[in-house]
Design a protein around this ligand. Structure first.
Ligand code: FES
Ligand code: FES
Length: 190
């Protein structure tokens, strides 16, 4: 059971299409961006498809579907995971955060989102949700983040538009690393 099961906020039950009788199904309860979601899901339903098609949270993107590109990254109990490599039944009783859960209820952008705006950290935006979730997990970590760790996390997602420099600049600012000495951050405005 999730923490959210004790809340007084309403539970949203999402529907599932009919499945062949031979397909095993599971009842799951999952906290998604602070909302308790109940659903009956097939054993082999990918978490990406559950989020996008059943819960209608289409901010989580699908790129490679094999764990390489990072576009589908969400936070599971606070840690980044590839949602294309997880099955919906695996998140039963857990907490999932997607890019839709980053902004405040009044629409104010999270510090990482604001940094991406301020430092032009996106072009087409396809990779952006994955980068934001990965970098948010770093930003919300209790221990300090080093430049090497930032670069390691940036390596985990593909961007085909920006050349990464502005994404790196945005992350450096949001993580308080703008003035930390490291390998050259050409074009990052630091
Ligand atoms: S779609 Fe999941 S890593 Fe590319
Ligand atoms: S902004 Fe287009 S793929 Fe990264």
């Amino acid at each position: 059971m999730t923490e959210s099961s004790n809340r007084t906020t309403p539970v949203r039950r999402v529907s599932s299409p009919p499945a062949a009788e031979s397909t095993a199904r599971h009842n799951i309860t999952v906290d998604i961006n602070g909302e308790t979601i109940e659903a009956e899901v097939e054993s082999r339903l990918l978490l990406t498809d559950f989020l996008r098609d059943r819960v209608q949270l289409t901010g989580t993107h699908i790129g490679c579907e094999q764990g390489s590109c990072g576009a589908c990254t969400v936070l599971l109990d606070g840690l980044p995971v590839r949602s294309c490599l997880m099955l919906a039944p695996q998140v039963d009783g857990r907490s999932v955060r997607t890019v839709e859960g980053l902004a405040a209820p009044d629409g104010a952008l999270s510090p990482m989102q604001q940094a991406f705006c301020d430092h032009h950290g996106l072009q087409c935006g396809f990779c952006t949700p994955g980068f934001l979730m990965t970098l948010t997990s770093l930003a919300e970590r209790e221990t300090p983040v080093t430049l090497n760790e930032l670069d390691h996390h940036l390596d985990s997602s593909f961007c085909r538009c920006t050349g990464y420099m502005n994404i790196r600049a945005a992350a450096r600012h949001a993580l308080g690393l703008a003035h930390v000495e490291g390998k050259p951050a050409q074009g990052d405005g630091t």
